[in-house]
Design a protein around this ligand. Sequence first.
Ligand SMILES: N[C@@H](CCC(=O)N[C@@H](CS)C(=O)NCC(=O)O)C(=O)O
Length: 279
Amino acid sequence: MGYGAIMSFTLYHHGSSVCAAKVRFAMEEKGLEWDGVYIDILKGEQFEPDYLKLNPKGVVPTLVHDDTVVPDSTVIIEYLDQISPENSVHPTDPWERAQARYWTKAVDEDLHPACGAVTFVCSHRHTVLKNLGEEGVKKFLASTPTMSVTSNWKDLKDGYTRYGFDAPGASEKVKLYDSYLAKMETALSGGDDWLVGNKFSIADIAMTPYVNRLAMMSMRGMWENGRKPNVEQWFARIEARPNFKKCLIDWVPEDLTKDLRENGAMSWPEVARILEIEI
Ligand SMILES: N[C@@H](CCC(=O)N[C@@H](CS)C(=O)NCC(=O)O)C(=O)O
């Protein structure tokens, strides 16, 4: 029996947060039960003093396991795999484990900030501007701690929210995001079903929310129509997993799902232009 059966897990999370979705997916794949506390990061609930005590960066997710507070999605999944090794999502072979680490490290350091940028530029800025009003937006942007999603996220989020695609560096982030689909395409080019060792692992879990984010923003054109066939087939396998819908789709509130779909569709021509995709 896994420790999870006798331990208490509380996950502070948000529907559209890629990092939170990653942890939800890992917990379900491992068969761990958890309770959720929903933190609406588009309303600024991550800046409430009580939450900042758990997660001083003001970001989700945070796992509370009994009395232990564990922030940071990759660290949370590594922690869970150690305290509850059944249904491990880590490869056992040392080199395969190292390769999985390269994926999670690159996601945390590189892809995640790019995703934050692209999501704000293409969709969240419209949601925040629509829902919070002028004063609310000012407060929302001013509340972001300096050390947040990245060490300069406060300024970046401000720029992406106010200026969209015209914010400095926005196009480069679109290209960086796309380069990760290219890396996946190469990793899957030998005919394997999964990114590392032909076995579903934390590497696939780590990439899932980022590919799904693009899908939810009506941007499947980044891999469909022959552009990245291996990624297309990989994502079809991911979408077919029983836990996918529960963890990646159902937690996103309907209005936010609609915003992502519609704002994303509105932004798609500019993204396609940046990536030189004919539409
Ligand atoms: N390294 C952290 C990053 C967490 C993070 O960036 N969370 C985002 C959502 S995916 C967030 O809470 N953003 C709050 C904000 O933008 O103010 C992790 O992996 O958990």
